[in-house]
Design a protein around this ligand. Sequence first.
Ligand SMILES: [Zn+2]
Ligand SMILES: [Zn+2]
Ligand SMILES: [Zn+2]
Length: 338
Amino acid sequence: MTVRGETGTASGAAEKRLPMGEPEFRLDAMTRRWVAITGTRQDRPNLPSSDACPFCVGGLEADGPYTVKAFPNRWPPLLPGNPVSFAPGQALEGSARPARGAAEVVLYTPDHHLTFAKLGLAQARAVIDLWAARTAALLARPEIEYVLVFENNGAEVGATIGHPHGQIYAFPFVPPVPAREACVAAEFGCPICAELKQEDELQPRVVDRNRSFLAFTRNAADWPFELIVTPVIHLPEIEALNEAQRDDLARILTGVLSRYEHLFDQPLPYMMWIHPGVHLHVHLVTTRRQANVPRYVAAGELGSGVMFNPVAPELAAEALRAVAPTIEKARTNGGQRG
Ligand SMILES: [Zn+2]
Ligand SMILES: [Zn+2]
Ligand SMILES: [Zn+2]
């Protein structure tokens, strides 16, 4: 079974597909939100049945050597094309629009057995540079309004290929979650700058810090062990980070992801996404509340839109601070700096 948004594997190739068209956005009349309907792609090629990793050098998506690599998702839920208006305020009920945009896969390393936490600083920095470059390139396209860089890690959150990789969705409109964050900031001022000024309030939730970045558990976190990683000065986008700031982002991200890996002494499924726009920040969440206890989002939460987080952010921060992160230096040139 191939999960939507993941690149497919041979195991999904034999599935029968409904004979329908391209992916599209439909406006939900009850919420007036766009929903991407992507279960319509019948043109998946039959891949040779093989267990070979498509992301390893020599695999289906990597015919030559690479350090880091981005390429279009083979089965994109968002497709390039001419700009389409998604402006609000029009009589759009029942209408569908082509799912304009882009979906890309980002390979973090040719080494199949690493994780982001284990990349080492130089390689993590290369990933960050690629995120910035792809973000700029995608935003330059007229049909694209917002670029979301993200990673699903672990089978529990739908990652179907073990090779270290993330994804990028480029949207033809600002999606509801960052749009909401931008609205709140416009009305009340930047919440991250405000939080950074409240050092005493923030301190019990700080997990890691360096010259230019801070990692802390969110005060009203939706998820257990949810972290915000953000520059200590107001910078809106990843492309704006200078050399030193990018190194510091590499350092803090590998550090907090290493804390995740060591938290329960077993691989911890996680989701990570980056919100540019107001004050750049990374959201990092795990879908576990304890070592072997998943945190499900179920009817009470889906039905109300109110999250019930079973782990207090202060206790989550304490647990994450108590973990000693492993910073991989052996593979890097830049690992000893700072
Ligand atoms: Zn691989
Ligand atoms: Zn700010
Ligand atoms: Zn955010």
